[in-house]
Every structure is written in C-alpha cells, then in structure tokens.
Design a protein around this ligand. Structure first.
Ligand code: ZN
Length: 249
C-alpha cells in the first residue's frame, strides 16, 4: 500500500466516497464497544471476522512492471470487501448496530460494486455512482478507498475479538432513521447462475413507483410509505437495495 510504486493514472474526474454514514457508524460502534455497551454476539463476531478477512487479505505478489495487474488486484480487494459487507448486511443474521455499520461500509465502497468486475448481466444490480464519473463504469478512486482500510480493519478486529471470560453478549439498539426518497427502488433476483431479474417496487395501493417515499428503518425492517397513504414493510427489498440508493447522510 505504499504510494511509491507506479500506478496507472485515474481516468475519470475526482470522485468522492460517501463516508458520512461510515464515519458516524464507526464512531458509534467504537464508543459502544469501549463502554461495554456492545459485546457482539456470535452472529456479529462471525460476520465481522469474515469482513475482517477481506480487509486484511494480502495483495498477490506481482513481478515488477505489472502495474496494470497490480491496480486490478487493489480494486479487487476493495470489491471483495464491498461484496462481503453487502452479503452479511442482506443475509439478515447480524444485529441492528452491525447492520448499520455494514451498510455504511457498503455505501462508502459503492464504486467497487462494479470495479474491477462489472455486473455480468444487464439486470444485475446497479447503484447510482457519484456524479462526474462519465460513461460506463468509471475508474474507482482506489487510493481513497484504501485510505479507509486501516480504521475499518481496527474496528472489525475489535468486533470480532473474543470476549473476556465471564461476559455475555450485549447488543444495543441501533439508531432508527427516517428519510424521504424521490426515486425508484429496484429489487434484484438471481434465479440461476448468471441469470438476474430486476423489478421496480410499486405501491400496492396506487401503483406509484417514483415516490416520494417515506423510508423508515430500524435495521430490523424497512417501511416504505407512499404519498397515497399506503405503508408497507412487505416490499421484498433487501437493506442494500434500499440503503444504497439513498443519499449519504
Ligand atoms: Zn400509493
């Protein structure tokens, strides 16, 4: 991760990572861990250990002169972290505060959902990327992503650390949140290998697909409220399908 070796120049304009939620949730998690308010249970420590393994995965050894391959390695490591965070977020096994943290990690690393390996089918999940990224899938801001890794590594190491003998797991409540979103939510299915389906969520009352939705989430469930008054948590959307299209806040 030293900055001295040659790397290909970024081909797109400056891209900022969406780190507001990550900064907030990381600070909150650290504070709760330090105070003993959060002693992660088995599901949380297991998920944290798996993300930690991605965070600390060494880059493959390359011969000098393969700067291109090296750049792909670096983005692939970030993509694997992103995928692991989304997987454990959407699997539904972790606690609410762990879900909040995983969602924030996924949002911060969102440019890597398609880098270096883009979705393999047109209907595979797509997420809005920061503005100014041009056509197609842009080069991801690799250095900015890697700069997040040391703090994330420390935090996920703390989350996955064994508890002192005699202590029992303890899970604090997550901070529920509410927002409004004018836009579409897409639900992605994968009925078979390399076969993806995508459906737009519509209000069962009026058929509206564009909102503006009133989104309420406590990291156990997400409730979507339509302007017509219909409200539902039976929308079939995963956490990532809701959270990753919302603006960072
Ligand atoms: Zn409606």
């Amino acid at each position: 991760m030293s900055g001295s070796e040659a790397t290909p120049p970024s081909t797109s304009g400056p891209q900022e990572l969406a780190v507001l939620a990550l900064t907030r949730e990381s600070e909150r998690a650290r504070r709760m861990l330090a105070a003993g308010e959060w002693r992660p249970d088995a599901a949380d420590t297991d998920a944290a250990a798996r993300v930690l393994a991605r965070l600390t995965a060494p880059l493959p050894t390359r011969r000098a002169g393969s700067a291109r391959a090296r750049a792909v390695d670096r983005d692939r490591r970030l993509q694997r972290i992103w995928r692991s965070a989304v997987h454990h977020l959407d699997a539904g096994a972790v606690s609410a505060p762990a879900a909040a943290l995983l969602a924030a990690v996924a949002r911060a690393l969102l440019p890597w959902f398609a880098v270096p390996n883009p979705p393999s089918a047109a209907a595979a999940p797509h997420y809005p990327l920061p503005r100014g990224t041009g056509e197609g899938f842009p080069a991801a801001p690799t250095e900015a992503g890697e700069a997040l890794l040391p703090d994330m590594t420390d935090l996920f190491a703390a989350l996955s650390a064994p508890h002192p003998p005699g202590t029992v797991p303890r899970t604090p409540a997550a901070a529920p949140w509410q927002t409004r979103y004018a836009g579409r939510f897409r639900h992605y299915g994968r009925p078979a290998h390399d076969v993806w389906t995508a459906d737009t969520f519509r209000c069962s009352g009026c058929g509206n697909a564009d909102g503006p939705w009133s989104v309420t989430c406590d990291w156990r469930r997400v409730t979507l409220g339509c302007p017509c008054g219909q409200e539902t948590d039976r929308h079939g959307l995963s956490f990532s399908e809701v959270f990753l299209v919302l603006p960072d806040a």
